[in-house]
Design a binder for this molecule. Structure first.
Ligand SMILES: Cc1cc2nc3c(=O)[nH]c(=O)nc-3n(C[C@H](O)[C@H](O)[C@H](O)COP(=O)(O)OP(=O)(O)OC[C@H]3O[C@@H](n4cnc5c(N)ncnc54)[C@H](O)[C@@H]3O)c2cc1C
Length: 438
């Protein structure tokens, strides 16, 4: 046999599944009896829970991602996108960055393509909105916030200043609250270097359609988080929806209207679009329909897990596992073991994990946690948040780099310059060329 295991997506599920397969199938990989391929547009896995700290400048962007080729030397990494899956033919359509798409055949497939931002058809959203799922978005936001402080300091137009200093985040789950809390903390800290901007000049608005924030830490700690955010001067608008943001003019369902240069959209996720083009069975939320063994319903050689998969929660009958890293990492372990069992003709086991609660960072030395029923707030929760995620970030190499970043931040003030020009590196050169022509 030469079984080809193809993993679509090199995020949490893809990386951890491949890591375990690389270890458990050592002999088969060496003897040419099995091979593993990951297809992902990026050559790295993003440790998403560290994105808010990267946005705040506490961590270097390169240290919140894990390089796939270095960590997985026995796995072939193809950069590009899977656009279609034909499970009857056991092939996927692979679109590389350059050139025509081609078919890649497999024996066993793992669908681990994760999720993308779930948006609504709101006027202006595509023009000014930005998501918070990728390292590029986190760093662009950091540059943007700092650049807007420069704009506000340098203008003499009060309207321009007010708009520049107004930041809106839509969605008060993990990503939204942590992104807002870290960015607000960083922006407030940075005002010390601006002569004409006081912390109270910054306006941060958090818009949430439901009646609570951070549901991941439970109602009591969610309420505490809400009070904390409001005490910090953040305008939290519950049971409120964004209706329009054309040209940065924000209109909310509570009737308020104001101008903002920045709007971060973190109001939920939906499965990666490849899921729709897979011909695989989907559940009512559009995720790949799975069994508790993490096989795709109706198949024995196709597996799925993570944000793109609807996995029954056997600890909570009738419910599905929530799309979070806690499940993704544990599912990857069971999934890899089940692939090994499948290849060896053994019985598969069920994925079983009871959600243990969560930790969230709310800026430097501030946090909230509810784990195994232990509720913490402030510094202890922040410390727990950091130690937990440090223990989880893949590879010793990344762990050391993260600790070094944090240690340096203890002794030196954080960098507060915008490197937004990196997003348009050819502008100056183009301007120079134009001058020559004249
Ligand atoms: C800011 C933020 C903070 C978070 N904090 C926490 C936290 O504290 N705790 C927690 O439990 N969870 C947290 N989460 C959620 C957690 O990160 C996700 O649930 C987890 O990443 C899901 O893993 P996954 O493997 O399914 O998807 P991902 O890790 O997103 O990986 C999917 C991969 O598939 C690739 N891909 C997509 N489409 C294709 C395609 N067509 N072809 C090939 N590859 C494709 C993507 O490039 C990506 O690399 C956070 C999320 C965010 C955004």
């Amino acid at each position: 046999m030469n079984k080809h295991i193809l993993i679509v997506g090199g995020g949490y599920v893809g990386l951890y599944t491949a890591l375990r397969l690389q270890r458990r199938l050592q002999r088969e990989l060496r003897d040419g009896e099995a091979r593993i391929t990951i297809i992902d547009p990026q050559s790295y896995m993003t440790y998403q829970p560290f994105l808010p700290e990267a946005a705040a400048g506490n961590l270097s962007p390169r240290h919140v991602v894990a390089p796939l080729r270095r960590i997985l030397p026995k796995v072939r990494i193809l950069n590009g996108r899977v656009t279609e899956v034909d499970h009857d033919e056991r092939t996927v359509t692979f679109q590389p960055p350059e050139g025509a798409p081609r078919q890649v055949a497999y024996d066993v497939i793992v669908m681990a393509a994760g999720s993308i931002s779930r948006t609504l058809p709101i006027p202006g959203l595509t023009d000014i909105g930005i998501g918070f799922k990728a390292v590029g978005e986190a760093i662009a936001l950091r540059n943007r916030v700092l650049h807007l402080l420069d704009v506000a300091e340098s203008t003499d137009d009060p309207e321009v200043r007010r708009k520049a200093l107004t930041f809106v985040v839509v969605g008060a789950g993990f990503a939204g609250v942590e992104a807002l809390a870290e960015l607000e903390d960083m922006a407030k800290d940075s005002t010390r270097y601006y002569r004409n901007i006081k912390p109270s000049d910054l306006r941060w608005v958090l818009v949430e359609a439901s009646n609570r924030v951070l549901p991941e830490v439970g109602p009591e700690m969610g309420k505490w988080t809400l009070e904390q955010l409001r005490e910090r001067g953040i305008d939290v608008k519950l049971e409120t929806r964004l209706e329009s943001c054309t040209d940065g003019h924000v209109i909310l369902s509570d009737g308020s209207e104001f101008d903002a240069e920045t709007l971060v959209w973190t109001a939920g996720v939906k499965p990666s679009p490849v899921v729709n083009d897979s011909g695989l069975p989907l559940d009512e939320r559009g995720r790949i329909k799975c069994t508790a063994m993490l096989t795709i319903a109706g198949t024995s050689d196709a597996f799925a897990a993570g944000d793109a998969a609807g996995v029954p929660d056997v600890t909570n009958p009738g419910q599905y596992c929530a799309p979070n890293a806690q499940h993704a990492v544990r599912q990857a372990k069971v999934l890899a073991d089940n692939i090994v069992r499948h290849l060896r003709g053994q019985q598969l086991v069920e994925y079983r994990h009871k959600y243990v609660g969560s930790v969230a960072g709310l800026g430097l030395h501030q946090g909230v946690a509810n784990v195994y029923g232990v509720k913490l707030r402030g510094f202890p929760a922040w410390f727990m948040h950091r130690t937990y995620h440090l223990s989880r970030v893949p590879t010793l190499n990344r762990k050391v780099r993260v600790v070094v970043d944090w240690t340096l931040a203890l002794f030196f003030k954080r960098e507060t310059i915008s490197l937004g020009e990196m997003e348009h590196p050819r502008e100056d050169f183009r301007a120079a060329v134009a001058t020559t022509r004249r």
